[in-house]
Design a protein around this ligand. Structure first.
Ligand SMILES: *Cc1c(COP(=O)(O)O)cnc(C)c1O
Length: 377
């Protein structure tokens, strides 16, 4: 609601085009955009002119990967990424492969983290970019971003991170973490859908990018097209709120998450997928042993919003590529569910969820026993 309030005037009163430099209506819209740029930059400790607004994180990932691949073609064609990335990165890398790119998809350890020694070993003379996500969207697992940044700096390679799940939830600092480019999105932090940003470092080093979208030269020529002014204003507000409430929210969230996990542990053979230590405070990916996970998900989803993997791939029923990359076997991956809480989740809702899952598991187990009996009779 606070975000929407900030956006509303930009649909009506300040309807001007932010790129119209010749009149007051344009200036008003531009002011809204520039204030948002500051709010976004402040969240990640960047300079406002290092923020390029896009239609979301998918576009920002495409821009970073394809933009570097094209711009640095003279230096090399090798990109290193990880097996657990979001499709916005994985599918873009596969596309680049078809264009002549050489891509290394690093495996991850059982806890979901990449091995830093493997990363350094994978670097070749033709490596131009390392792309490793900040926090995973299915497991919440947080990669050793700063250490990756240091390795990239040492070898003079650009470092891009998809921080869509981290920005606004945990402290993300492009200077401390030595990040050269970073994608993130408004709708993952209570902002509007259809707007996001790519952070592009301007010094030490100055990153150059080929544009994906050519045209009127908006966003320093990197992303042409009339800006989504209300969306950008909302994104700015969401970043501001995310920054202000981050500390208390992450504490609150962590408590709810632990409460949920403790409660679910009592329902039977339940385990947490991915690192328990290095993960977001609000995400829990839970495997249920000896349970028809798909049925559990279908039944529970009538009352709470849960998912087997990410919303971005939930159209396909294949087991999660993220869980498979952690070495979890297909049956267990298929009976794993991602739970995440948000800023407005209450303790009551957590207790409700635990009860619901307990009841469903009991019902499903009863069904299994009945089927077993029937088969044996
Ligand atoms: C949601 C998400 C994306 C895609 O973001 P959009 O703004 O929906 O394009 C990319 N990466 C991660 C990790 C995500 O969680």
């Amino acid at each position: 609601e606070r975000v929407m309030e900030a956006m509303l005037p930009y649909f009506t009163q300040y309807y001007g085009n932010a790129a119209s430099r010749g009149h007051v209506f344009g200036w008003q819209a531009n002011q809204g955009v520039e204030q948002a740029r500051k709010q976004v930059a402040l969240l990640i400790n960047a300079e406002p002119n290092e923020v390029i607004f896009t239609s979301g994180a998918t576009e920002a990932c495409n821009l970073a990967l394809k933009g570097v691949f094209e711009m640095y073609a003279g230096k090399g064609n090798h990109i290193i990424t990880a097996a657990t990335e979001h499709p916005a990165v994985l599918d873009t890398c596969r596309h680049i492969e078809k264009l002549g790119g050489d891509i290394t998809f690093l495996p991850v350890k059982h806890d979901g983290l990449i091995n830093l020694v493997d990363l350094e070993k994978a670097i070749k003379p033709k490596t131009v970019l390392v792309s490793v996500m900040y926090a995973n969207n299915e497991t919440g697992v947080i990669q050793p971003i700063k250490e990756i940044g240091i390795i990239c700096k040492k070898h003079g390679i650009l470092f891009f991170t998809d921080a869509t799940q981290a920005a606004g939830k945990i402290s993300v600092n492009v200077e401390v973490d030595k990040i050269d480019m970073m994608a993130f999105s408004a709708h993952k932090m209570y902002g509007p859908k259809g707007v996001g940003a790519l952070y592009v470092r301007r010094k030490n080093p100055r990153v150059r990018l080929a544009a994906l979208i050519d045209g009127g030269g908006h966003e320093r020529g990197i992303r042409s097209g009339t800006l989504n002014v209300p969306g950008i204003v909302g994104f700015g507000k969401a970043c501001e709120l995310g920054r202000i409430f981050m500390k208390e929210e992450s504490e609150r969230s962590r408590k709810l998450r632990d409460q949920l996990e403790t409660g679910l542990m009592l329902t039977g053979e339940v385990f947490i997928n991915g690192s328990i230590e290095h993960r977001l405070p609000n995400t829990s990916n839970i495997g249920f042993k000896n349970i028809d996970g798909e049925e559990l998900l279908i039944q529970a989803s009538k009352q709470i919003a849960l998912s087997a993997g990410s919303a971005c791939t939930s159209a396909t029923l294949e087991p999660s590529h993220v869980l498979l990359a952690l070495g979890i076997d297909e049956a267990v991956a298929g009976s794993s569910i991602r739970f995440s809480s948000g800023r407005f989740t209450t303790e009551q809702e957590i207790l409700y969820t635990i009860d619901l899952i307990k009841d469903l598991i009991d019902a499903l187990k009863g069904k299994l026993v009945a089927e077993e009996k029937w088969r044996n009779s």
